[in-house]
Write a protein that binds this ligand. Structure first.
Ligand code: ATP
Ligand code: MG
Length: 260
């Protein structure tokens, strides 16, 4: 009898090939290559300033690489304007700085997540069904009772949840979250993480999250990518991101067991 066959490898949702991104005249990411597997949660970790948000910017096409490519399965390389448009349509981003409009009520910021579903100059009020969808997204992050509150009057964690709702309301195929739980307490972060895990299990969603809570990265993600010095220093299953891997990324000068 033959050996049982391995399941076929899950397809890549995103392929990053020798990506170099410059900011302020410096190479922040240098020839970074990685793949993001379809239908999984990938956590990106690394020290402050290493280029995690820069990588997210390249994945959602807001930052153009100076070298290399980002390709989305079934769409193509983001160098191409048509592919970029289509990739953006299928992608939602939770931004590190929330990127909300303070003077608008919370629900209107969530509705802005759907802005590309209607004419950009439309002066018509949002339809009842879209308003219901936005209210449901706010409910999912526990903020329905603040739907009509001016966003600028919300706390940091509440604003963060509005940003999450604005991303989820799009029902994206690719969800990018840049430290999406940084301003919420750990119990709420866990609950929101479980919600994302459930959405992934339902199918059709791939998630990449920058996380600074390493414990959360280990428990929530399928895979961890660690950045150090502009390069991928770790890329493997979340379960193999052990203390040595962590030290290699957050304290590379200690690598090799140097004694005092
Ligand atoms: N708009 C900009 N102009 C010039 N340099 C920038 C700009 N934005 C970021 N940088 C630089 O790029 C580098 C990477 O920044 P990035 O925001 O990607 O880091 P990060 O890993 O997300 O950090 P953090 O954990 O603090 O959010 C930093 O050195 C930063 O100073
Ligand atoms: Mg960042």
């Amino acid at each position: 009898m033959g050996a049982p066959m391995d399941p076929p490898p899950a397809p890549a949702a995103i392929t990053v090939d020798r990506l170099t991104v410059q900011r302020g005249g410096r190479d922040i990411l240098r020839e970074v290559s990685l793949t993001v597997t379809d239908g999984t949660i990938t956590a990106v970790v690394g020290p402050s300033g290493v280029g995690k948000s820069t990588l997210m910017g390249a994945l959602n096409g807001l930052l153009r690489p100076s070298g290399g490519t980002v390709s989305v399965a079934g769409i193509g390389c983001l160098d191409d304007a048509g592919a970029l448009r289509e990739a953006r349509r299928r992608t939602a981003t939770i931004f590190q700085d929330h990127a909300l409009i303070d003077r608008l009520p919370a629900i209107d910021n969530v509705l802005l997540g759907l802005a590309d579903t209607r004419h950009p100059l439309s002066l018509l009020p949002w339809s009842q069904s879209l308003r219901r969808r936005a209210a449901q997204a706010l409910d999912e992050v526990g903020l329905l009772n603040r739907a009509t509150t001016r966003t600028g009057h919300l706390s940091g964690g509440e604003r963060q949840r509005v940003g999450i709702a604005r991303a989820l309301v799009r029902c994206p195929c690719l969800l990018l979250g840049d430290e999406p739980f940084a301003s919420v307490d750990s119990a709420l972060a866990r609950r929101l993480g479980e919600d994302i895990r459930r959405l992934v299990a339902r199918g059709g969603l791939t998630v990449v999250l920058v996380l600074h809570q390493l414990q959360m990265a280990r428990t929530l993600a399928d895979r961890i990518i660690g950045l150090s010095d502009g390069r991928v220093a770790f890329d493997g299953p979340a379960g193999s991101f052990d203390a040595a891997a962590e030290a290699g990324i957050f304290a590379p000068h200690l690598r090799g067991g140097a004694s005092p």
